[in-house]
Design a protein around this ligand. Sequence first.
Ligand code: ADP
Ligand code: MG
Length: 752
Amino acid sequence: MAASLDPIALFEAVRDAGGAIVDFRCMDLNERAEQFLGRPRDVLLGALISEALPRSREVGFIDRCVSVVGDGEPVEIEERVNDPAVGVRWVRYRIARVDDGVAIAVRDITDRKFDEESLRVGEERFRLLVETASDGIYRIDPRGIFIYANPVAGRVLGVGDEGLVGRTYLDFVRPDYRVEGIELYTRQIKNHTPVTYWEFPALRADGREVWVGQNVQIEVQDGRVTSLYAVARDITARRYAENALRESEERYRFLAEHSRDMLARLDPGGRFVYVSPACRAMLGVEPEQLLDTPFADLCEAEDADAVRAAHERLRDARDAEITSTRMRHADGREVWCETTHQAIVDAESGNVTGFLIVARDVTERRRLEEELRHVQKMEAVGQLAGGVAHDFNNLLTAIRGFSDVLFQSIRADDPRRGDVLEICKATDRAATLTRQLLAFSRRQVMRPEPLNLNTVVTDLARILQRLLGEGVTVSTRLDEDLAIVRADPGQMEQVLLNLALNARDAMAPAGGTLRIETANVDMPAAPDSRHAPGRYAVLRVSDTGVGMTAEVRDRLFEPFFTTKERGRGTGLGLSMVYGIVTQSGGFITVDSTPGQGATLAIHLPAAGTGADTARRPASRARTVPAAGGTILIAEDSEGVRMLAERILRDEGYTVLAARDGVEALEVARAHEGTIDLLLTDVMMPRMNGGELARAFAAERPDTLVAIMSGYMDEHALRRTLDNPETPILQKPFSGATLVERVRAILQQPATR
Ligand code: ADP
Ligand code: MG
């Protein structure tokens, strides 16, 4: 019977409580069993199981013992014991058959039981957590296939009930991000990086795009990565907000830093808190230098008050205010500045916390506006002067002509001859004035030809020295390669003469130096330039005289503007210069400071390389024999018409006269014989000279035509005529000139 196996010793070895039971009585037990059953060994030995273990029936203990003895199969029973002293415990009974009874091993498995329980509950809780999480949670195998995904993940990626499991993760990554994703996770798997974070645009199954930010954790078993866990979130809204913010910030910074306008933020006291780099170009200062300086302090005193007043208004009104202020550039020049001010209002308190300003340099614009105003004024004055001069010219022509006639009719010894001569002289002076006015208004007959301004200077230099007197030293410096221009040589002489005379007056009585220079200047093709780009020949006249103030400089070219005493200056000299230069396509610059002399520079555009297209004025026939013939005069100015009639009739011509083109045609149609010459004015009521000439070409092709005009630019006039060779007789003309020209025309049979 001796047990080959001592179960109790065995129990001790495995540290279970244990005992042997034969016939339902306790035959042996170890110390742990004593503790477990709570009674000493001697009381327990021989006791019935039901006595030793009061709960044995409930546990089904006795039945199990019977079955073990019966079939020899060991059994295990687990019992949950609620011990008031220590709380819930779990006990496991293992019952096995031994020789004549059973051995029972009892073990406290509470700890293990609890572990299992918590694991079960934990898993349950965890599952609940994952399923209801607001983030998408998924697990992917190393090949990139979804092994698990919670419902949110499916929703984020736009897959419905079919779920993500089995699908390929990369399919949901926008193609241009795939390489980055592959690289990132390949690296994570290779390096066993515990966690990574990545943001990528995901292509949902429905085609929409969302931005996803995901934390990925690797799962490692036996040194190998078996799967990747991801917690992913839809960050689309955040991304867009961030992007929009970043973009708009960048845009604003770009605008502020690159704008030519000066952008700034002022504190409530109007002091700079921020100012854009444009202040360097605009005011010649570094942004840092302006900080804490009141904006108003940059402005001229009276403008500063306007700025402060604007800020004061902004505190209540909150609309934008615009100020126009003068400022000083660091280099001393004046800068006109147009500034928009806007209050910055605190949304909560409603207080003005500062001002935003945008300041624009409008100096150049103002200068151009000023210049435009000036040019327009000159234009208007020119038109007025031209109109007056035109009528005046006709009157002078008549006065001059009839004076001539009168002079001729008075005998040489008659004292009244001297009186008539005075009338003639006064008329000549008046004619000079009108010519200057006409030059200014650009209505002078101009005969431009290719011209080297150097010749004008050298031709005139000797006369000039004599004209200007001992006190004035004349020095010339001429550019030998001076560009050829197209200009009327006579006019250019007048220009130089006028500049020289003004210089003399400016240097009187002390005298000084008059410098005449020529040079080429190239005008760049600047978009805001007032002058056509290209090469110009420049005639520069400088003196060492009194110079002029800005006011004088501004009005210099106005007709009748003079600072000279009555009777000395007419104020027409520079007006004429202006007219001639402008008519020749050029411009004048003036450089002068009071007390420092003056420099006036005439710029004329270089002529194209074209041939000499200007026609030399027809050489005047000096001695032309008198010849009869019929001449039709068409002229609306009665004085001129009567004068011409009188002079030509006295010369032996048959003269017909008409007051305009229509009457001239009527007269011609009524006239039986030939008409050798039609002498017509240009501007006439009803039908002008050009139309009349055309009518004559049709009706009386043999009649020669000549134009009388004191009015227009010869080029412009010729363009209105069908026959460019038509002779032009410039008003005012003397009787002698008229006779001379008419004779010459009638002797040139080819001219019509
Ligand atoms: P005028 O000589 O008859 O006064 P201008 O038209 O020639 O008329 O000149 C107008 C005014 O311009 C002059 O009265 C003078 O004040 C000023 N001016 C012209 N040239 C000079 C110069 N070289 N230096 C100083 N002032 C000048
Ligand atoms: Mg003058």
